[in-house]
Unconditional design. Structure first.
Length: 138
């Protein structure tokens, strides 16, 4: 298997809210710089739309952010692959596929993981739930 090494001025890991805004804003301010966004998921949920999935949106399939079109229209490369290792001294990220991307600037916008607020009385009761940003789960 031939692993590939790519180079970019700005590498953004994550294509949801933080990664999206970082890449689009960065490209607007620095149009001559090369931007690559990597994401482990082929589809990106609209985080603020999650509460509406069971109401007006109707399905997690209708809560997908068209990041491919948005990045493509702004000359930003989008790669679906999962970051596995960060080599800070080499300014390189190694991906699950074995491919590597070297960068000048790195933005990590991988989102958040919900947790129960242990400081809040009653957090451990039976009807307290967290909502992960996972299309298949939702």
């Amino acid at each position: 298997m031939n692993n590939k090494t790519s180079n970019t001025d700005v590498l953004v890991i994550g294509s949801s809210a933080a990664g999206l805004v970082a890449a689009l804003t960065g490209k607007r301010v620095y149009p001559d710089k090369k931007f690559i966004v990597t994401t482990k998921n082929s589809e990106t949920l609209i985080p603020c739309g999650i509460p509406y999935i069971f109401g007006s949106v109707g399905s997690s399939n209708n809560d997908i952010l068209p990041v491919g079109k948005m990045f493509g229209a702004n000359n930003i490369d989008l790669i679906t692959d999962e970051a596995e290792s960060l080599l800070l001294d080499e300014k390189t990220v190694i991906y699950k596929s074995g491919n590597r991307i070297s960068y000048e600037k790195l933005v990590i916008g991988t989102g958040s993981v919900p947790l129960k607020a242990k400081w809040l009385k009653g957090y451990d009761k039976g009807n307290v739930f967290t909502v992960p940003k996972d299309k298949d789960y939702l």
